[in-house]
Each structure stands twice: as structure tokens, then as C-alpha cells.
Design a protein around this ligand. Sequence first.
Ligand SMILES: C[S@@+](CC[C@H](N)C(=O)[O-])C[C@H]1O[C@@H](n2cnc3c(N)ncnc32)[C@H](O)[C@@H]1O
Length: 489
Amino acid sequence: MKKWFIIKNLEVEKLVFGWKWFSKLKSDNKDIDWKTIFITGWAIPFSIVDVKIIKKRKDYLMTQIVNIVKKSSLEKKHPNNPYWECWGCKWINIPYKEQLKIKYTQVKESFFHLEKIIWNIDNSILPIIPSPLIDWYRNKVEFSFWKMISSQNNIEQHFNVWFHKQGMFSQIEDFDWCILIDKIQNEIYKEIKDFCKKSWLPVYDQKPQTWFYRHIVIRRAFFTDEIMIILWFNHKYFKNEDLLKEKIVLIKNFIKRLWEKYNIIKSFYLSYNDNKADIAIWELELVYWDKLITEKLRVNNSSLFFKISPKSFFQTNSYWAEVLYSKVLDFADKNLFKWSIVLDLYAWTWTIWMIFAKNFAKKVYSVELVKSSSDNWKENAKLNNLNNLEFINKKVEDFLEYYTNQNRKADFLIIDPPRSWMHPKALPNILKFKAKQIIYVSCNPSTLTRDLNFIFKNSDYKIDKIVAIDMFPHTHHIEIIVSLKLNKI
Ligand SMILES: C[S@@+](CC[C@H](N)C(=O)[O-])C[C@H]1O[C@@H](n2cnc3c(N)ncnc32)[C@H](O)[C@@H]1O
């Protein structure tokens, strides 16, 4: 069987973490019978597909779907989604119960990769926790304006607003309704979009890179009912300053009218961006109302308030964030961490940090590489009456080197590294504390088990509990919390 060969009528068996489908080939040919096949492209488990071989290896084949012969019996059109396809949420046509089963299996299987596993993992993995909201859960969404003109593909679309298609960045289709955001966010999106369309100003055109409208960002604080809108455009599109000013007045007047209809809009910014790359350049003008919106999270029966600026990082599913942080706190052995020194490594929004500072830790050190993610931390600490915390803007690996060299102690560690990895220099230093408990939060089962392998080989930590929480329904994302304790099975 050569490269580019097409295998017909293959049944997709399951989805393995990280986008790849998986199947075993059943064939009359003894050499390839039961060979492992990884499949890229999109199909739902139990679909029948034709695939093209793109890579041959001794133990497996990498293939790509070229045709879906038969849809899966699992596939069901989501009742709240007007479209069959949705680029923001690939799993939309897999019923939610099945999505959870797939994610739970993926998490469980990832622990089979642990080399030094001497106990029965089944007893440690708790049932998966569903997202409190299955649809309309995103508190932040960013839509891109895009023009698609291609004579080669016979496409002429002058006005599209949506998400970029995964794996095909140059494609955006025009959709009106997003299942990931709630009714009011959708209505506001549609009003802005209609206004922009009627204004007859051009939207982003990839080739000549001349454009005016670029992005719409809508942020919503769910628990306080406050909305922030940011509209991005390229001010350099107009050579004539007066013309630009005239257009901006029209936009401002429109937003004022929009606010009369939806007075939960608390903040409106214009973002001036003439950068060629389609990335955020933060030249912001606060046009109306408040600089910040405030979100409130309830964790362990107490509320914490978070001021959010246009640049702030914040968990995109507020309901889920409450569940995640409550679970982290629930896993934390209160007897061990009361009045202890807590290290919150890879802090991002410092949410975990504030929760532990509020819940009896003596002192919490929060370490994060990106400085801007700590914007407003002092203001937020004050808002929540917290003074037992310190923010450290450093690489975790460098901070740990410095901190351990000074023989400083930590009783309790929370590690929430980026998807890609935790620096290998950081791991040995983490073990030096002999902290009574480590809670590892991960959105990538592969790097999680790789780090756990190191920890188990080089220490006496054992798994205490594991739970997966579904953060983003209709997508492949999953969050896993692992509690590790010294010498506890
Ligand atoms: C998964 S997020 C953390 C989420 C956070 N704990 C929360 O609950 O919101 C990972 C964070 O690690 C940060 N990061 C990446 N590499 C880092 C490094 N070497 N040192 C410190 N922080 C790093 C990223 O900027 C990102 O904010």
C-alpha cells in the first residue's frame, strides 16, 4: 500500500486527543490487517470514510479523509444551531452526552501512558464534570471581518464576519448566530454587523491588505450583567483625516443608539490597528462609559470580584470557572494548607491566587511570565480586601531556581502550565519543597502524563484524586485536575 493510496470504506473508531481520529484497518491483506490508522479531517466516530495515505510508518499509517461515505449514527443536528457546520465548535453535531464520554475516555487513556503506575487508576478518576452551560457559555468572543475574492475558486464574497476556519485561516464565511454566546451577545453582534455592512466601508481583504473593519470583540461579565464592546478598524484606510473623523462620529452615534436598547453595555472602545498581520495592536480609545467591567465569581460560598479591562485575561467560561476553582479548593486538603505558604505557578489571571489568599493561606506567591496579565492586580486585591499575596512577573523556571537557592519553603503548590509544556528545569525544583500536596491543573493530557512520569520517577508523590471538567462543550478542549500527595495512594 503506497503513499496517496486511497483506503475505502473505513470505519472511524474513535477520536484520540489532539484532533486525530483513529481506526484499525480490517483487511484481507495479512500485512496490513489490523494496522493502526490515524486520520485527519473531520468525521464523527462510526462514520464510514475514504481516506488517503499521507505517511507510512512501520506501526501505523497517517491518512486524510477524502470522502465521507456514510454519516455516523451518533451525528445529530444540534437543535439550537441553525447551521450544520460551525467553525467555532467542531463537535456541535455530537450529542453532549457522547462528547462527555469521548472526553472521559481520552483522559482515562492518557493515564495508561504512565510508566510507573502501581495502583489502580480507576479508583482515582472521578466521573467527568459537565460544563454548567452547554451552549451560550462564552463570556468573550472575537469575530473577524474578512473579504474573500478568488477567481481560481470562483469565490466573490465582499462581506464576511465570523471565526477563521481551523487549518484554513484564509477562510471566513458569513454567519449570523453563534451558539457559544448568549441571546443578548448575539443580538448585539448582529446589530453591529448590520451597521458595518450598511456603512459600505470595506472589510479586511487578505491580498492587497487594505481594509477598514477588522474585528468585533464582545466581553460579558455573566454574574454582574455587564458588557464591553471593542470595535477594531484600520484608521490608515482613510488618507483624509476629516473623512475618518466623520466615520468615527457615525460609529459613536450608532453605539449610543445601541446602548439605549441594551443598557447592559457598560463599556465601548475603538481599537486603531493598521498592522498588516491579523493580530491585536492595542491602541485603544475609550469612547463611552466605564474603563472596566466587573465579574463576580462565587467559590466556596464567598464572592470574589474581578475588574476586567479590554486587555485582561479571564477564563472564557465564567460558570465553568466557578466549578473549576471550587474543585481545586475542594481537592486542597484544608488541614494541610491552612496558614501555609502557597505557590501558584503559571498564574495568568491570578484567580487561583486570590481564591487561596481568601481561603486561609498565610501567603500566596503567584508567578506568571506575561506582565500584562497582572494588570489591575493591586486594584483587584484591594477590591477583595486581600493583602496576603505577592505577584512575581518571572518565568516559573527562573523563579524556582532563585527561590529554592534561598532555601525558602512552600507547603502547597498549584501548577497550571500552558498547553505546550512545563520547562524541564522547573520540575526538579518543584520536588525540592517536599510540599504536602501538589495540585496540577492541565488542559493537555499528553504533557500532563509526561510531567507526572517525571514526578513519580523522582519522588514519593502518589495520585490522590483526578477529575476532568468540561470547559468548552462542542470543542475538543478538556481540563484535568490532579491532586498529588506525598506517600498517599
Ligand atoms: C493555563 S494558563 C494558567 C491559567 C491560570 N492558572 C488561571 O486559572 O487562570 C498558563 C499560563 O502560563 C503562562 N506561562 C507560560 N510559560 C511560562 C513560564 N515559563 N513561566 C511563567 N508563566 C508562564 C502563560 O502566560 C499563561 O498565562
